[in-house]
Ligand binder design. Structure first.
Ligand code: PEP
Ligand code: MN
Length: 248
């Protein structure tokens, strides 16, 4: 079982992959190319919480075997979202890193179920959660294995999809002593803003990034507009490493 100590080296942890797995071929190709670009962990989303019905909700259980096969080939850890207790049962032996999405940050039955497992857990911040609420959920999970992810919040500002609240990330890191990463994809909502938000996160002291990437972003079924291509991912990984060293 991987631990936070093994995941985080003296460089930013990069988690990359599609917003959502749509086929075996898609995740294999994205994982191979992301590995070549030097990503450390692959995003493997099987279930997608969607705002409106009749949208693609992920491939579901069918994709579990694809991820098992993928891990054998690429030999990289995978991060997988769990939306309910049943998902934890299904994925606990497959995922290296489990993750709780923004919509479930205060789903305490799910959070408590996760306390029975030992995986590192990415805890994405709820859309309007306070530091007290975000940290409280992190405390349930255990601070030694939680990875708090700032993914943007709703504010009066409507310039992009969400406002990346680096102030809160700094408080989680420095005052609360929680491991922090930044998701630059969801606050951007658009491809061209992912890269600068990623650098802003790393320059502010984030320990890593979780990024939506695809070999052909236009083919992505979910969150297409904010999905970057692999050359951009590679550049982000390289420059983030330089920025990380510069601000250490
Ligand atoms: C995602 O990572 O694709 C996602 C839905 O993120 P969030 O839970 O932060 O909205
Ligand atoms: Mn997404």
């Amino acid at each position: 079982m991987i631990t936070n100590l093994e995941l985080f080296k003296n460089k930013p942890l990069i988690i990359a992959g599609p917003c959502s797995i749509s086929s075996r071929e898609q995740i294999f190709r994205i994982a191979r190319e992301s590995k070549e670009a030097c990503a450390d962990v692959i995003r493997c989303q099987l279930w997608k919480p969607r705002t409106r019905p009749n949208s693609f909700e992920g491939v579901g259980e069918e994709g579990i075997q694809w991820v098992i096969d993928l891990k054998k080939e690429i030999n990289l850890p995978v991060a997988m979202e769990v939306m309910c207790e049943r998902h934890v049962d299904l994925l606990k032996d497959v995922a290296d890193v489990l993750w709780v999405g923004a919509r479930n940050m205060q789903n305490y039955e799910l959070i408590k179920r996760l306390t029975h497992e030992k995986h590192p857990v990415i805890l994405k911040r709820g859309f309007i959660s306070t530091i007290k609420e975000w940290f409280g959920a992190a405390e349930y999970l255990g601070l030694d294995r939680v990875i708090a992810c700032e993914r943007g919040v709703r504010t009066g500002a409507d310039s992009m999809r969400f406002t990346l609240d680096l102030n809160s990330m700094l408080v989680m890191k420095h005052d609360k002593k929680v491991r922090v990463i930044v998701d630059p994809s969801h606050p951007a909502g658009r491809r061209d803003m992912v890269e600068p938000l990623a650098y802003a996160g790393i320059a502010s002291g984030a320990d890593g990034l979780i990024i939506e990437a695809h070999y052909n972003p236009e083919e992505e079924l979910v969150d297409r507009d904010q999905t970057i291509d692999i050359p951009t991912l590679e550049r982000i990984i390289q420059k983030s490493s330089t920025i990380h060293s510069a601000v250490q």
